[in-house]
Design a protein around this ligand. Structure first.
Ligand SMILES: *[C@@H]1O[C@H](CO)[C@@H](O)[C@H](O)[C@H]1NC(C)=O
Ligand SMILES: *[C@@H]1O[C@H](CO)[C@@H](O)[C@H](O)[C@H]1NC(C)=O
Ligand SMILES: *[C@@H]1O[C@H](CO)[C@@H](O)[C@H](O)[C@H]1NC(C)=O
Length: 132
């Protein structure tokens, strides 16, 4: 819950700025199943001078409101689809969790050249969980 509020705040604060990352996959309404790997594809806008610090992927159930970690580590997008963006694929496995709606959230930690401090932005997409 705390995480959702923080994420919402971060989104609000950064709303006036161009967001550096966006979720390509999964798309809205994708079925994901506990224990079955699925793809999270994260696109980075490379024109914003962001230096990547790390990436955190969570799945937040609407049913029990628990945020469960799917990935926490480096972000190093190298695959190119255009001159202004690169993407990275993450295969993640949803843990045991309740069936129903959930949000996949991708939090991006980064710094900006000639600026101090680590900044945070988030993108999210709604999926449908099939639990065990
Ligand atoms: C998700 O699964 C349900 C059946 O459980 C199906 O009706 C629905 O079309 C599926 N959604 C997608 C986006 O594949
Ligand atoms: C990347 O950011 C630049 C600068 O804000 C913007 O003009 C451009 O549309 C963005 N590109 C994408 C693919 O979002
Ligand atoms: C995520 O990774 C960062 C950097 O390694 C670490 O400081 C942090 O404690 C980790 N968070 C969780 C929830 O594991």
């Amino acid at each position: 819950m705390k995480y959702i509020i923080l994420a919402a705040l971060a989104t609000t604060v950064l709303a006036e700025f161009q967001r550096g990352i966006s979720i390509v996959a999964p798309t809205v309404g994708t079925n994901v199943t506990s224990g079955v790997p699925f793809l999270v594809e994260v696109l980075k806008n490379t024109t914003l001078n962001q230096e990547d610090v790390g990436l955190k992927i969570n799945i937040v159930s609407f049913i029990d409101r628990v945020s469960r970690p799917l990935y926490n580590g480096t972000f190093n997008p190298t695959s190119s689809i255009s001159s202004t963006s690169k993407f990275q694929d993450f295969i993640v496995v949803p843990p045991d969790m309740p069936s129903g709606g959930a949000t996949v959230t991708v939090g991006h930690y980064f710094t900006i050249k000639e600026d101090t401090g680590v900044k945070f932005e988030v993108d999210q997409v709604e999926v449908e969980v099939h639990g065990h």
